[in-house]
Design a protein around this ligand. Sequence first.
Ligand SMILES: Cc1cc2nc3c(=O)[nH]c(=O)nc-3n(C[C@H](O)[C@H](O)[C@H](O)COP(=O)(O)O)c2cc1C
Length: 372
Amino acid sequence: MFVETLAKVDYSLRPITTLLPAPLIIRTYSFGRRWFLNRLFNSPPKEKILIPDKYSRKILGLEFQSPIFNAAGIFKEGFGYELAWREGAGAFLMGTITPSFRQGNRKDGYYLPFIPLPKSGSAINWLGLPNAGFEEIAKRVQNIEKHSGCPIGVSIAADPTAQGLDSLNGVLNGLEIFSNSQADFIELNESCPNVPHEHSDYHGSSIDSKLVERLEWISNNFLQKRKRHFPVIVKFSLDTKPEQIEELLRLLIDLGFDGVNFGNTSTDYEYYSQYLTNHEKQNFNYFTQKFGGGLSGEILKAKSLELCKIAQQLLAKIQPHNEFVIIRTGGISSADDLQASSDNLIMLNQWFSGYFENFAKNGHQLYSKILS
Ligand SMILES: Cc1cc2nc3c(=O)[nH]c(=O)nc-3n(C[C@H](O)[C@H](O)[C@H](O)COP(=O)(O)O)c2cc1C
């Protein structure tokens, strides 16, 4: 009850906070987010909230009690399974986890900076993948008491400070560790804007050759050798160009990946700033000039639908031999959004910003409300 009331109060006060100086908002919310999340994970609803059977679906051999679940970044440290399952989430996605412990980004006295831009329903963060590392999180996976209808996904990424073979071996180690745990699927994060990624120098509309090399290597060294059913999907940025999707899909399907997620936060500041109010623009400019960061929330809704729609249409054309899933993430916050996904045959959705917005409105009933 306490976390629900707190979320409601915060939600009603947020629009006023836009008027405060940016440094104060960043400090308050960067600390407040973490404090709130720790309480939320330990406050699941007393009883499991019933999700009617008609919303459950079997995808990639896994049973999802509903078509929507949390995006990576909420359950970064692997705590909160009971909360997600009892609320009615289709799955529990932990991470993003990297090979070893990372404290995350810190600059000029700001730790894990985040700023809400509530009038436009968005936010921007520069967290930099704080997490406890593969070994520690795998122990936490083993401690979870699993329930049917709520599979465990683990979002993993390479160590941003490693390069070449070291970086690939790190990811391989993670895939092996989690495939030997009770995790059910992996989401490979190829898109965090807040840490460096290895890129080639080429910037055309073709996909990056270093990315192709990485995916091929993972296919040869892990996907083709899997000892059990263990789907691996790849999460890309919502800044992916529509014209790159066909090449990406064909590559992922040929290599034996099981799905794709569009996607991760955006760094297209110029494009999205048109949707911000004047006050928000000041805060946004302060944040992006100081840290950079990835944009999340409502303003990504149209883009996530556009990219997933294209992907789904291409999938119908390619007709892969094996099941391949398109997951939509970005700006999902309402029943209409889920309907738009389902109208375009997008069967799985993830939410981050929308989760908190709906939690403020409906508390633990948020899944049953958005589905009905
Ligand atoms: C504070 C914060 C932390 C995030 N951390 C991660 C992460 O660790 N891994 C990841 O793949 N995405 C991460 N994301 C991106 C979200 O998973 C999601 O892709 C993005 O926020 C767009 O969805 P939304 O519009 O529902 O927020 C994070 C987003 C936010 C706002």
